[in-house]
Design a protein around this ligand. Structure first.
Ligand code: PAF
Length: 287
């Protein structure tokens, strides 16, 4: 596995592969790998001749009061994991090489970025779009793989690539969960023992919403109230950031469910802000 820090070297290596007729799949990450990242890499490995994994804790997607400095990091372990999944190139840039001091260009999908997580993280998706477009430009990847836990992120990135004619095919993978339902996240390490005990109730609440829909309920507010009541009982340490039901592609608010809808949430538990989601369908759980 090549380990490359310099963006120009990444670009040159990817160009050499493409000139030799080889396709490229990119898996963008911020590291501290868990089984969810491993699933993205394993899937990415099947899509193209060359698997490129980027590991970059992107400072431009963290707000001033967020956890950039404390974000968990273990690059050596991550490199071993990436290699074990057949990664051909691990891109590990320094922040100043990705965002020079005079960096002045930003990519935004404002309407989709100001809802859900965007309400409490107003600059987050601007940072995500900008770094991901830079990675797409550097690698000219044929495919890129993202996790569905960050549903809003993948919806925004699909819109960005469509609007800007970026020649990459975005693939997504279902959320990987602990046995008790908690969505895997690098930030789960922030949870205390008691917070970790309560955390699986987040997904249990989303599943209860799906059960209500399956039994015929279609009013979004009633479905949300049902979940909020369960959470008030089962997650006493939790502080709700948002719970919403939206169109899975446009992220526009849904008040009455006709087609498939996305229930998405963010709940703060101690130092962790946990996000999760479920696709609500009339016939059964899909997320
Ligand atoms: O999902 C993440 O880990 C990050 O937002 C991403 C896509 C790697 C961009 O920094």
């Amino acid at each position: 596995m090549h380990i490359i820090k310099n963006p120009a070297e990444l670009s040159a290596q990817c160009r050499a592969w493409r000139n030799a007729g080889q396709s490229i799949c990119l898996v963008p990450t911020m590291g501290y790998y868990h089984a969810g990242h491993e699933d993205l890499m394993q899937y990415g490995r099947t899509l193209a001749d060359k698997l490129v994994v980027s590991l970059f804790v992107n400072p431009t997607q963290f707000g001033p009061t967020e956890d950039l400095a404390n974000y968990p990091r273990d690059h050596e372990r991550d490199a071993r994991i990436a290699e074990s999944h057949g990664c051909d190139l691990l891109f590990l840039p320094d922040a100043q090489d990705m965002f020079t001091q005079d960096h002045a260009t930003w990519v935004e999908v404002p309407k989709m970025a100001k809802v859900l997580c965007g309400v409490s993280r107003p600059i987050h998706f601007r940072g995500v779009c900008t770094v991901v477009l830079k990675l797409f430009n550097l690698t000219q990847a044929d495919f890129a793989v993202f996790g569905e836990k960050d549903w809003q992120q993948q919806a925004i990135l699909k819109k960005m690539t469509e609007d800007l004619n970026v020649p990459v095919c975005i693939k997504t993978r279902a959320t990987v969960r602990e046995r008790d339902g908690l969505a895997l996240s690098s930030r789960n390490v922030y949870l205390s023992t008691e917070e970790r005990r309560q955390a699986p109730a987040i997904y249990a609440g989303l599943c209860a919403a799906q059960n209500l829909v399956a039994s015929g309920e279609r009013h979004a507010q009633k479905i949300k109230n049902h979940v909020l009541q369960k959470w008030a009982k089962d997650i006493p340490l939790g502080r709700l950031d948002y719970l919403t039901i939206v169109d899975p592609r446009s992220l526009e608010n849904v008040e009455y469910l006709e087609n498939e809808a996305l229930m998405a949430c963010a709940v703060r538990l101690g130092k962790a802000r946990l996000i999760d989601n479920i696709l609500l369908t009339a016939c059964g759980t899909q997320a």
